[in-house]
Design a protein around this ligand. Sequence first.
Ligand code: HEC
Length: 118
Amino acid sequence: MTLTRWAYFILIVALILSALLFVRMHVAAAQGATPAVKGDAEAGRHMAQAWCTECHSVQWETAGTGKFAPDFTVAAGRRSARWLHAFLRRPHVKMPDFEFEPDAADNLVAYIVSLKRR
Ligand code: HEC
């Protein structure tokens, strides 16, 4: 092969590699866009109904009937799972300080996030 041919060959290999890299990054970005929420939403629903209904409406069926605390359906629409985790971890003035096991927090967050309208 002449030098020019080698140059072409290398150029084409480089193009193919960068195309593959681009596709990979694209796939990774798409996966990152829908963060997997760990936790069991069904268990979270039971917990929410047992512990949170004193102040919150915790499901669509009762939306708008919550007391002074924001509806979980509203929270689902405006908060990310990350935000909800952080919120449940820190003590809150107007909310009793629940000390959740990590699993319980995961379940509650999974449940609240599941209320989001699709
Ligand atoms: C004694 C009443 C009370 C109980 C019980 C209670 N909360 Fe709250 N909660 C509040 C109040 C009041 C706020 C609003 C506080 C604020 O944002 O200033 C709030 C806010 C929140 C928010 C933030 C919503 C948002 O979008 O701003 C989340 C999430 C939340 N509560 C989760 C829970 C969970 C989960 C439970 C049950 C494990 C629970 N709460 C039980 C009173 C309560």
